[in-house]
Design a protein. Sequence first.
Length: 277
Amino acid sequence: MTLKFVPTVQLRNGADLPLLGLGTWPLNDAEAADTVATAIDAGYRLIDTAENYRNEAGVGEGIHRSGIERGELFLTTKFNRKWHGHDGVRQAFRNSSRLLGVDYIDLLLVHWPNPDHGRYVEAVEGIAALVDEGLVRAVGTSNFKPSHLQRVLDAGVVPEVNQIQLDPRRTRQEVRAFHARHSIVTEAWSPLGPRSDLLETPVITALAEQYGKFPAQIVLRWHVQQGVVAIPKSSRPERLSQNIDIFDFELTPQELDSISALDTGGSEITDSDTFGH
C-alpha cells in the first residue's frame, strides 16, 4: 500500500489527534492483529478499541507486528461501567495497557455514562488523575449527552474528546454545538451509518461520480472537512486504503449542506440514558 498522510486536530493539551482512524469493533483478536498491522502500513495512526470489544490483545499484537514507534501512534481505548470511580479507572488502565502492551494510552474514554449507575463524573475525574501522572495523554468520554457533559464540566473537568454515533443521517447538530462551545472534539463512531444504504443515496452517489471517488470516501470527507474525527471499521485491505484516501479533494459548502440535509433527526440513535455497559 502507498502510505497516506492524515491531517490532525490539536487537543487542548497539545496532543495531535488524526482526523481519520481505524475502528476495530467487532473484530476478534486474530482479525484485529491482521487489520491493525495492515492499517498502520497504509498510514493509519489513530487506532480505536475498547475493553468491551474484547480485542485489545489483538490490537496490541498488530501494533507490535507493524514495528511502528509508539510515539507515532495515537491509541484510544474505553472501559466499562464496573470501573466507574477513581480507583476503578486506575485498574481499567492497568488492564488495557497490559493487553495492548503499552505503558501509556493516548486517549482513555468512559465508554457509556450509565447515569443509573451514577458514577460517570468520578470515572472522568479518574482519567484526569491518570493524565496528571503521565499515564494517559487525554481525557475522553463516549456517548455522553450535553446533560452528562455538563455535570462533568461542573465538576471541573473538560474532556478533550466525546465520541458519539454520528453520520449524515444523524448529524447531531445540538451535541456538536455544545462540544464547540467547550472546545471538545467530536469523534464519530459508525461514521458510514449503521446500514450500508446511506452509501446508495443519490446525493452521495452523484458526488462520488463527480469526484471519481467511492461513496464511503464522500461520507468520510463530509466528516473530516467539518472537523469531526471519523473512525470507520474495515478489515479488507482495499477498503482500508480507500477510507484513508480522502485528503486530495474538497467538497464545497453547498455539497456539505446537501449531505447534511439527509439528516433524519434522532433516528436509530442509541439512547445513552437507558443503554450502557
